[in-house]
Design a protein around this ligand. Structure first.
Ligand code: ZN
Length: 536
């Protein structure tokens, strides 16, 4: 029932899986009003941390307080890991406890439901209102009956503090869309109606880019109903936004030149999902525990998605920190010495952008046996893996197309950087295993490109790119994946995954050598801390 303690060396090993990553963001271009608003929003982020601690486990706040009083090295190691995970359980180890005297595993229902409530009891009782995003279920201590309690009630003092900070920030900023979002979100904190502020968030276009509220439901492992509070306080990245606009402007050209039979090309692409590129000053709550979010896609409310679609936000400096903390050391194992200088964050990130917009091109609605259907329905359980591999391969094809057509500055040096960086980063993805779509999709690409001579294993166990063959091989791979999608060919997808979606011995040997490299990063919010400290 209760957990055993992990010793100090064990705790330190667990902490070392996360490379410290100082996050600095240049705030000099903000207007004076926005600079002041930013401080309020960072403070609101701290309130979100408090709420989330309470949401994850009923014992969290008391436990943190207790840990803070222990000044011994063991006590400090315990506190550090507790703060990293925002609880006594490791997300990398199936939520197993690393502290003594706590439940062995995170309760499935977190603190959204009474810990002694079973699924059956809930299902026997639950009115529709019990299944909403923004309420918890509590048990009356006397009658033992279950009851629905809205967030605005349970977290009232914290939400009032947060709402006040949002309103103060709204009064300070000179950007109308930010002002509108903050005002409507402050109202939602107190009445649990998030619709209007979700709409306002879709329209948000400001130098300060903020996401704050209850969103994802992953911590509710019992039913997936209840939303955890999180915040991302960021600044828009103007240069990357311009690059993205440039890609989007040429997207139809890419579609018209995709390496598939012309009948499968879409002569008129629909407007694609909006993408924002930002730099994070701070993340909080559900947005900052364990493995760090590098991009998110919100909102989740179907009513908002129907009316406005959804928006993808990419955290560029978080991606950069992950690149430095994990991909750079991986590349020293994977790439031969001569190729290591080619590892490039710019091309890493450009390919990520190309990957994201590649999801929007190629086949989506298709005809199968004379009937209209979608690639997703036709490829069923294999869809995500094929679609992720397609977005990677098409992303490479797209960047090469931009090189060849003068839309991006190419040349031999940049091409080498693009492909060498992609080769190294494939091991970053493969490390997470081939049991999920991104990892398995990467194995497909890696093995296909190897068998087509684009990636070559050297006698010392490193891999290199054959620059003469890689463009043709990427083109062939893109053709294959897009054709499987266009034809909704489940059997061909299955054959491809069986043949290539595997870890071969040479890949396993590399992965074995990556064991001690950090899995992720642990952000240190340098700029956010400076901004709030200066005020005190
Ligand atoms: Zn993707």
């Amino acid at each position: 029932m209760f957990s055993a303690a992990v010793d100090r060396a064990g705790l330190e090993r667990m902490a070392a899986q996360f490379a410290p990553a100082p996050l600095r963001v240049d705030t000099n271009r903000l207007s004076p009003g926005d600079r002041q608003a930013l401080v309020k929003l960072i403070e609101a982020g701290h309130v979100i941390d408090d709420i989330f601690l309470e949401q994850l486990w009923s014992g969290n706040k008391a436990l943190e307080k207790k840990l803070m009083t222990d000044r011994s090295p063991l006590g400090q190691a315990r506190l550090e890991l507790f703060q990293l995970y925002k609880g006594p359980w490791s997300d990398l180890d199936n939520h197993r406890a690393f502290l003594p005297d706590v439940p062995e595993r995170k309760p499935l229902g977190a603190n959204f439901y009474p810990e002694d409530m079973t699924r059956e009891e809930f299902e026997r009782w639950a009115p529709e209102s019990a299944k909403g995003f923004f309420s918890v279920i509590r048990r009356d201590p006397k009658t033992r009956k279950l009851a629905v309690v809205p967030y605005s009630h349970v977290y009232r003092p914290d939400l009032e503090r947060a709402a006040k900070l949002l309103r103060e920030a709204a009064a300070l900023t000179d950007n109308a869309s930010l002002k509108h979002f903050l005002e409507t979100r402050a109202t939602a904190f107190l009445d649990d109606d998030y619709y209007a502020s979700d709409i306002a968030w879709m329209d948000l276009d400001a130098p300060i880019d903020i996401t704050i509220g209850p969103y994802e439901t992953y911590n509710d492992e019992l039913f997936g109903y209840k939303a955890s509070f999180e915040a991302y306080v960021c600044l828009k990245d103007e240069a990357e936004t311009a690059k993205l606009d440039n890609f989007t402007r040429h997207l139809q050209e890419v579609e018209n030149n995709l390496p598939i039979d012309a009948v499968y090309r879409n002569p008129k692409l629909a407007a694609s999902m909006p993408i924002r590129v930002v730099n994070e000053l701070m993340s909080a709550g559900d947005g900052n525990h364990g493995v760090q979010t590098a991009a998110y896609n919100l909102p989740n409310d179907e009513r908002v998605i129907l009316k406005k679609g959804s928006k993808k936000v990419m955290l560029k400096n978080v991606q950069h920190a992950k690149f430095d903390g994990t991909l750079t050391p991986i590349s020293r194992v994977v790439l031969p010495t001569a190729a290591q200088p080619n590892l490039s964050f710019d091309w890493f990130f450009t390919h990520i952008l190309a990957h994201e917009i590649s999801h929007g091109i190629g086949p989506h609605e298709i005809a199968l046996n004379g009937k209209k259907t979608s690639v997703r329905l036709a490829l069923k359980d294999l869809y995500s893996t094929i679609e992720e591999a397609k977005a990677d391969a098409t992303g490479l094809f797209m960047v090469q197309f931009f090189f060849d057509n003068g839309i991006l500055k190419g040349g031999e040096a940049n091409e080498r950087k693009l492909y060498d960086t992609f080769l190294a980063s494939s091991f970053r993805t493969l490390r997470f295993g081939i049991h999920e779509a991104h990892g398995r999709g990467m194995a497909v690409q890696f093995n296909f490109l190897t068998d087509h001579g684009a990636f070559v294993e050297r006698p010392d166990g490193t891999f290199e790119v054959n620059y003469a063959k890689v463009k043709g091989a990427v083109r062939d791979l893109t053709h294959l994946l897009l054709t499987i999608e266009a034809q909704g060919d489940y059997a061909a997808a299955k054959k491809l995954l069986d043949q290539f979606g595997v870890l071969r011995p040479s890949m396993k040997a590399v992965l074995e050598k990556l064991k001690d490299i950090p899995v992720d990063i642990r952000p240190i919010f340098i700029t956010a801390d400076e901004l709030t400290r200066n005020r005190q």
